[in-house]
Write a protein that binds this ligand. Structure first.
Ligand code: GLN
Length: 483
């Protein structure tokens, strides 16, 4: 099958002129899914249903009544509810579970005629940085199949990278959209906390969780963001802040003031080629008339500890509902309530989820609550204030997304501390609640992609996407230029 256009805008032009049929678009993506099955990106694929939807939407396109996302084939991470479809957050404990309602994000996509093609593999309950913690097995990085795709939304990143869908949704609690986007060479946006409703998203850490978008370009990302953002009476933490048409602002060619986070860049922990790429970007931005400054962020060593104390605490509470009675797998070996809980949870949860529930319960327990949970909350506030201070003086903060390109499957899985430390650059945006994006600007000489991360002020997704577009247009995903 011939390749279809690679942006929603061009697909829609071809659909409207009659040069392309929507079933061709769906068939193209299905063929890609079949060809790349071994990468293990999908937990379920809705082939027949997607094709029959395509036929219905095709008629709407012909009589000009189709929604703004007609032509879009999208995948959902396996923690985003889609009514009457499997939903199990890649966990054994939810084996066979089907959602009885739509997440608000899902509902809004459907209302605008997007076609949902399947549910995407991820770390169990979105806990992980490599997608190795999935009951359905690891997802492979398409650029080197011996390497991880990043996590926890690994399936979502791989599906977009290999054209198995045009756009996908993931969730980002501490980097789960940006990190896999960086490792797989696609764009990954985590919006402001509260920008997209969390209704129908399986909760991991509620004060951090946010739906995020994987796309190949800023236009597609902006279109989907405009549709799924906005206030939702079903989620009290969703924001009333008005939604702009994010796409409209993409062409803005403003000059910005940009802070480069020195402590994250000038460190031996960062791969030296990635470090060089930041120098190239800084010089280019200066030449283009932007103002750049190097700034220090002294709280860097507190980011990962504060994140893991607070998220495990919230997770231990959120995951209490999977007890074999309210929700989830019920053990056969049950006698009495307590035994039902113990056996069902022991059998249903994987090792990383158990570790986090135990850790989270510990930091909340009496005697330790003040020493860990309360202290981490105070540290979160300090991180927030220090970050916002930088953003008061600048439009953007630029930093790496990861310390390295994607590492080998199995390399860190036995060392949780090492694994947690790989989130060093991504958790800051979630601790603060600000939007952040990872964009693929260059290829490393080892052949792997990596991401440049940009953070901005709350609800400034417009500027963030417009600036990302400027950078993406400037560097065409080449190797890193000489300094
Ligand atoms: N790697 C981080 C964690 O395991 C982030 C996960 C996420 O954003 N869902 O908590």
């Amino acid at each position: 099958m011939s390749k279809i256009p690679c942006s929603l805008g061009s697909i829609q032009t071809a659909l409207n002129s009659g040069d392309l049929q929507l079933t061709d678009v769906v068939e193209f993506h299905i063929a890609q899914i079949k060809k790349n099955k071994h990468l293990n990106a999908f937990n379920s694929v809705y082939e027949e249903e997607a094709l029959s939807k395509a036929k219905k939407i095709q008629l709407k396109i012909q009589d000009k009544s189709a929604g703004v996302l007609a032509g879009l084939v999208i995948g959902l991470k396996d923690n985003i509810a889609f009514k009457d479809h499997p939903l199990q957050a890649s966990s054994k404990i939810l084996n066979g579970f089907q959602s009885i309602y739509n997440a608000t994000a899902t509902e809004r996509l459907i209302n605008e005629d997007a076609i949902i093609i399947g549910s995407l593999n991820c770390d169990e309950f979105a806990m992980g940085s490599t997608n190795e913690n999935s009951h359905f097995g690891p997802v492979l990085n398409p650029h080197d199949e011996s390497r991880v795709p990043g996590g926890s939304s690994g399936g979502s990143a791989v599906a977009v990278a290999k054209d198995m869908c045009l756009v996908s949704l993931g969730t980002d609690t501490g980097g789960s959209v940006r990190m896999p986007a960086a490792y797989c060479g696609v764009l990954g946006l985590k919006p402001t906390y509260g920008r997209i409703s969390r209704y129908g998203i399986i909760a991991y850490a509620s004060s951090f969780d946010q739906v995020g978008i994987f796309a190949k370009n800023t236009e597609d990302c902006a279109k989907v963001l405009s549709v799924i953002s906005g206030e939702d009476p079903k989620d009290a933490t969703s924001s009333k802040q008005k939604i702009d048409s994010y796409e409209k602002h993409l062409l803005e060619d403003k000059k910005y003031s940009i802070a480069f986070l020195n402590d994250c860049i000038e460190t031996d922990n960062l791969d030296s080629e990635i470090r060089t790429s930041f120098k190239v970007v800084e010089r280019t931005l200066k030449n283009l008339g932007h103002q750049t400054n190097k700034v220090d962020f002294e709280l860097i060593d507190y980011l990962v500890p504060a994140y893991y104390i607070l998220t495990t605490a919230e997770a231990s509470s959120n995951l209490a509902r999977y007890d074999g009675i309210h929700f989830g797998h019920r053990s056969d070996e049950v006698q009495g309530v307590e035994n039902t809980y113990i056996h069902s949870r022991s059998e249903g949860f994987g090792p990383e989820v158990k570790r986090r529930i135990i850790l989270g319960t510990f930091v909340l327990s009496s005697g330790y609550y003040d020493a860990y949970y309360n202290k981490a909350k105070r540290v979160r506030r300090m991180i927030k204030e220090a970050t916002e201070k930088i953003l008061d003086a600048h439009d953007f903060i630029i930093l790496p997304c990861t310390t390295d390109t994607a590492f080998k499957i199995g390399e860190k899985i036995d060392d949780p501390v090492k694994m947690y430390l790989s989130d060093i650059y991504t958790v800051q945006a979630n601790l603060v609640g600000i939007p952040a994006i990872s964009i693929p600007l260059f290829k490393h000489s080892n052949g792997m992609p990596f991401g440049l991360q940009i953070m901005s002020k709350r609800f400034s997704e417009n500027e963030l996407l417009a600036f990302s577009k400027q950078l993406l247009d400037k560097f065409e995903n080449d190797s890193i230029p000489e300094l």
